[in-house]
Design a binder for this molecule. Structure first.
Ligand code: MG
Length: 289
């Protein structure tokens, strides 16, 4: 199923998107909970409770405002750096320059603050007063269902609730300046997410494709089979000594083709539009202002 968070008639709702992607049926979720999007449903299902009942209210997708499926994640978003070989190579002279001799021993893991999440069609603010190097990173994101700690690779996919798309928007100059990446990755509006969550029974995150266009020009195109660390390995790694909770998000890294990797680099400017599509999941498209 596809679970979406949306606003219609001035109220927050959570709903089931039909297989064609054209209509959404609202679920019977109280308004206060619906403001948290799909999160309360993921938590309830993890506790063995049933999916809320469908209501009679059905909307056309184009008549509603889609919100991020997790508009305010319960804590920071886990993110993975350097997870596609070609991307590792394109930034080997800059972002990944100082990495250890064996870059494939362990993944790079950092986080983005939950407050930077915006919806699949919301504007992203270019903070031109603090950065001149705003970049896009198209990514498949894993949403955790059943929580756990020290999750073995072999059991990891049973902990996946579903998948969504994120744009791991990055201020490259700030990312490089502070050694740790969290600041350059966490500016307000720097995590467009959506358009919904597709549950793991419908999408195999290990065999899909991530593409990104800037103003209609294809920049990134990576099959997820090309990940250096596959999704089970990422879950095993991040849950080592750290409990993962229902609704946790892991952005799995971006393929080659980011603006910084182009020669010369091409950064985003106000007025640009970035579209990200993941096969069998959907698309997000955000204007940078
Ligand atoms: Mg990234």
């Amino acid at each position: 199923m596809r679970l979406a968070a949306f606003t219609a008639d001035g109220h927050s709702h959570v709903g089931l998107v039909d297989p064609t992607g054209h209509t959404i049926t609202a679920l019977d979720v109280p308004g206060a909970q619906a403001a948290y999007g799909v999160l309360p449903i993921i938590q309830a299902l993890a506790e063995g409770k049933p999916l809320p009942a469908a209501t009679e209210r059905r909307f056309h997708v184009e008549d509603v405002q889609l919100n991020a499926p997790l508009p305010r994640p319960r804590r920071n978003i886990w993110c993975v750096g350097r997870n596609y070989h070609a991307h590792a190579k394109e930034l080997s002279a800059s972002v990944f320059k100082d990495n250890d001799a064996n870059p494939e021993a362990w993944p790079i893991v950092f986080t983005k603050v939950p407050e930077c999440v915006v919806g699949p069609h919301d504007a992203v603010h270019v903070p031109s007063e603090v950065s001149e190097q705003i970049d896009y990173e198209a990514e498949l994101a894993v949403v955790i269902g059943k929580g756990g700690k020290n999750i073995a690779k072999t059991a990891a996919l049973a902990h996946v609730f579903g998948y969504t798309i994120v744009n791991d928007v990055t201020a490259r100059d700030v990312q490089m300046r502070h050694q740790q990446w969290d600041m350059g990755k966490s500016f307000d509006t720097f995590c467009p997410m959506g358009p919904w969550i597709v549950t793991a029974d419908e999408l195999d995150g290990t065999r899909t494709r991530v593409r990104c266009w800037v103003n209609g020009e294809l920049r990134q195109d990576g099959p997820t089979e090309n990940m250096i660390f596959d999704i089970p390995t990422l879950i095993e790694t991040i849950s080592r000594g750290i409990t993962l909770y229902p609704g946790d998000v892991i952005a799995t890294g971006t393929p080659a083709g980011v603006g910084m990797g182009l020669k010369p680099p091409r950064y985003l400017r106000a007025g640009d539009t970035v579209r990200i599509e993941v096969d069998r999941l959907g698309a997000i498209e955000n204007k940078f202002i």
